[in-house]
Design a protein around this ligand. Structure first.
Ligand SMILES: NC(=O)CC[C@H](N)C(=O)O
Length: 295
C-alpha cells in the first residue's frame, strides 16, 4: 500500500490554499498507510537557504538555536519551530558550517532549499498535518505520502518524502529490488543513502542524475532503466513536478489536469474534492511513461 498525493498549482490565486488542499488529499489516503506521514511544501522563496530541522527534544533543542547559530556564523539566522520540526533561514554560504554545528547537537536536517520545507513523522496524516499546521502553508506545489512500511523501520527518518538534495524530494509507492546495489554505486559517487530505506535510494538516484545536468524528465527516464521493482514515484524540484510508474504499474495512480493545476493521487478519491475537478482531464498514468511539468 502507501498513499501518495501531489499538487502542482499553475494558478497563483490558488497558492494560499496549497497546504489546505494537500492536507485534505492526504487525509483521504489514510487507510493506505497508517505508519507515518509527510508533506513537502514549495513555499515562499527565502532570502538565503531554508533548512528544515527535526529533534525528538524540540523544546530544549530549538530554544535559542537561532542566536547560537547566528553568533557562530556571524550572520542573522531566523528559526520558526513547530512541534518536532523547525525551519531555519540562513545565508546559503553558511550551510556547511551550520550542518556541522547541528550534527554536533544531534539535530537532524530533513531537507534544505530556497523554497522547500518538509515535515514528516510517525503517525496518521491528520495528526502529522495538525502538528505542523500544514493547512496554513501556502506555496506553488507540494507532495505528500502516508506510509505502510515494507523496507525499513517505522521511524521519522523512514517516513517519506525523502529529500536528498536542495529543493528536491520524492515519494514512492512500491518496493525496489536492486536498491542495495544502486545504493552502493551512488555512495561511491557521493550520493549514498543515509538510511536502509529503498525509497531513499531512488531519491539519491534522481539527485545524482540532476547533478549530472539532466532535467527532471530525463532523470525519471533514467530511473526506468536503472531501478528494478515496483514503483510509482512523485518527485518535486524547485520548479518541477514529475511522475513515473514502473513497466508493470500494479500500484494504483490517477492524475487530473485543469488550467489551474496538475494533481496526482494514488486513488481518485484523493482528487475528488479539488476545485473544478468536474471538468478536469482525468487519466491513469501509463506504465513506464514519464510525466513532468516545469514552470
Ligand atoms: N508500501 C509502500 O509503498 C512502501 C514504500 C517503501 N518501500 C517504504 O518502505 O517506505
Amino acid at each position: 500500500m502507501c498513499g501518495i498525493v501531489g499538487l502542482f498549482l499553475k494558478k497563483e490565486e490558488l497558492h494560499p490554499r496549497l497546504g489546505d488542499l494537500l492536507t485534505d488529499m492526504l487525509i483521504t489516503m489514510t487507510d493506505r498507510g497508517p505508519d507515518s506521514a509527510g508533506i513537502a511544501i514549495y513555499g515562499a522563496e527565502a532570502e538565503g537557504l531554508k533548512m528544515t530541522l527535526q529533534s525528538d527534544t524540540p523544546e530544549e533543542t530549538f530554544a535559542g538555536l537561532d542566536e547560537i547559530l547566528g553568533a557562530a556564523i556571524g550572520a542573522p539566522v531566523s528559526l520558526v519551530a513547530a512541534d518536532t520540526h523547525a525551519v531555519l533561514t540562513l545565508p546559503g554560504e553558511a550551510e556547511a558550517m551550520a550542518r556541522a554545528l547541528l550534527a554536533e547537537k544531534g539535530i537532524r536536517v530533513m531537507g534544505v532549499g530556497e523554497t522547500m520545507e518538509i515535515f514528516k513523522e510517525v503517525g496518521l496524516p491528520k495528526d502529522v498535518a495538525a502538528r505542523f499546521d500544514i493547512r496554513s502553508k501556502g506555496g506553488s506545489h507540494g507532495i505528500g505520502h502516508t506510509r505502510m512500511a515494507t523496507e525499513s523501520a517505522v521511524t521519522t527518518l523512514g517516513a517519506h518524502p525523502f529529500s536528498t538534495d536542495a529543493d528536491q524530494c520524492l515519494v514512492h509507492n512500491g518496493s525496489l529490488s536492486n536498491h542495495k546495489n544502486v545504493g552502493r554505486v551512488l555512495s561511491r559517487k557521493g550520493f549514498g543513502p543515509q538510511t536502509e530505506n529503498d525509497t531513499e535510494v531512488a531519491a539519491c538516484y534522481i539527485s545524482s542524475r540532476l547533478a549530472e545536468g539532466l532535467n527532471l524528465g530525463e532523470a525519471l527516464e533514467g530511473a526506468l532503466e536503472d531501478l528494478d521493482g515496483f514503483f510509482t514515484f512523485v518527485v518535486g524540484t524547485k520548479n518541477g513536478f514529475g511522475v513515473v510508474r514502473d513497466p508493470i504499474a500494479c500500484k494504483p495512480a490517477v492524475m487530473a489536469e485543469t488550467d489551474d493545476y496538475v494533481a496526482f493521487g494514488s486513488e481518485y478519491r484523493a482528487l475528488a474534492n479539488l476545485p473544478g475537478i468536474e471538468t478536469a482531464r482525468v487519466w491513469e498514468p501509463e506504465p513506464a511513461t514519464v510525466y513532468f511539468w516545469e514552470r
